[in-house]
Design a protein around this ligand. Structure first.
Ligand code: SF4
Ligand code: SF4
Length: 441
């Protein structure tokens, strides 16, 4: 029987639009734009000035803080501007513009490294210097994740890819299985573990086979078949399915003895050692019914999304929504000017939303949101607390445990957008908790 967690729901996934099409490389793009915000942590400062020449893999922005990750140029060329620009968070963010000379001259700093002869500190430094972060969208610096305060027993590669439409990790499994397991072995060495796990949803049997056929596969690599169910790829749900352990409320995966690394991140780790190339390219799914030819692309960071949409044949219908990420947890965009960053996994274009919400519809007390919430919360109570602006009520019903998966909204027969209400009050609750912690309460 496939491993899983309690709650969740199998959502129509639309993955057939792209999952069998080989990943294509995009042609040369004239201008690459590198936002200073591509990770969770301290902001970066540019290391280059307008007019400077840069090379592929050259570090162009960094911070001295531990929780940060540098940004590198993905092309060779000239820095033409440093200014605020569109970002998929929808905020305007400082960005470095590089005019591509299309020669792809590689930086002298890019050189392979043999991780088997390196200490843990050297491995973590290499991962940090390569600018590797959670490439699935999370953006947490990987060198921090691989240095937990407590000893862990598991490192798990997250191959669930449970968000509808997105197939970029699936294509990595089919086309880069060696790199995924190579990256896992580096993470195992950094964490002092002899075994590693890879969780893959059952809807990717060819992905599991490709991993098992890899020359890097062996008896210490455990491929776990996961039930196809949303949100199987959320960290806490993946850990429960693979290890049987619960991450305690308010704690991190490492507190349950596990570290989770995404498939795309494992590939980036492998590249940083095999060739020495930092995180400058990744798979991005361009999908949805508004685009002519849904596809997966291998993209150098900094390419504007509108360029990617042109490579997918342009729009065939007027998009009602453009989303960075998946339909459940992604962020709606105002335009397609924003660039691909290390954390862009998908660009979704939808001509008509599958579901519309009614902010005033009454709850019919059916209990479906409670039955399916993967965190065992009572979403209708959280929404009620938000409508009443009742912080204590929201705390009583454990709002801070909500992983914002959006399943409660998706599943509600009364079309209540529960997540929207949860997101309205959650920051206020967080602020109150932080104030109390500061005051020693
Ligand atoms: S968004 Fe939060 S409350 Fe709603 S189902 Fe997901 S975890 Fe539960
Ligand atoms: S799913 Fe919707 S209607 Fe049913 S209990 Fe939850 S909020 Fe109410």
């Amino acid at each position: 029987m496939a491993a899983t967690f309690k709650g969740g729901f199998h959502i129509r996934d639309h993955k057939e639009l792209t999952n069998t099409i080989p990943t294509k490389r995009v042609p040369d793009c004239d201008m690459h734009i590198f936002p200073m915000r591509q990770h969770i942590g301290a902001p970066l400062k540019p290391l280059v000035q307008i007019g400077d020449k840069v090379k592929v893999g050259q570090k162009i922005a960094d911070s001295e803080e531990f929780v940060s990750a540098p940004v590198h140029s993905s092309v060779s060329g000239t820095v033409t501007d440093i200014q605020q620009y569109f970002h998929d968070s929808t905020a305007m963010v400082d960005a470095i513009f590089v005019k591509n000379d299309k020669e792809y001259t590689v930086s002298e700093d890019v050189c392979p490294k043999d991780y088997t002869k390196m200490t843990t500190e050297e491995i973590l430094k290499t991962i940090r210097e390569a600018g590797i972060v959670g490439m699935d969208g999370a953006g947490f610096p990987t060198h921090v994740k691989l240095a937990p305060r407590n000893k862990v027993d598991y490192v798990i590669i997250n191959g669930a890819e449970c968000e509808p439409y997105i197939t970029s990790d699936h294509r990595y499994m089919l086309e880069n299985a060696d790199d995924i397991i190579y990256g896992l072995k580096i993470a195992m060495k950094a964490l002092g573990l002899s075994d590693g796990h890879i969780g893959v949803e059952l809807n990717k049997p060819d992905g599991m086979e490709a991993l098992k056929a890899s020359k890097e596969y062996g008896a210490n690599i455990h491929i776990i078949a996961l039930k196809t169910k949303y949100p199987q790829g959320a960290e806490k749900q993946l850990i429960k399915a693979v290890t049987g352990r619960n991450v305690p409320a308010g704690k991190l995966p490492a507190d349950a003895g596990a570290v989770v690394v995404n498939v795309a991140t494992a590939v980036a780790i492998a590249n940083a050692f095999k060739t020495g190339m930092p995180a400058i390219e990744k798979n991005v799914t361009v999908s949805g019914d508004a685009v002519q030819n849904p596809s997966n692309f291998r993209v150098r960071t900094g390419v504007p999304v509108k360029f990617l949409i042109e490579q997918a044949g342009g729009f065939k219908n007027e998009p009602e929504k453009i989303i960075s990420g998946g339909p459940m947890m992604g962020i709606s965009q105002y335009n397609t000017d924003y660039p691909v960053t290390k954390t862009t996994s998908s660009v979704l274009t939808i001509s008509k939303a599958e579901k519309t919400y009614d902010p005033d519809s009454p709850c019919i007390r059916c209990g479906r949101c409670v039955d399916h919430c993967p965190m065992r919360l009572m979403p209708f109570k959280l929404s009620e607390a938000s409508r009443k602006d009742d912080i204590e009520m929201a705390r009583k019903y454990n709002i801070l445990e909500c992983i914002e998966c959006g399943l409660c909204s998706y599943i509600c027969p009364a079309n209540k957008n529960l997540l929207q209400f949860i997101r309205m009050i959650k920051p206020e609750v967080m602020k109150k908790v932080r104030e109390e912690q500061k005051n020693g309460k």
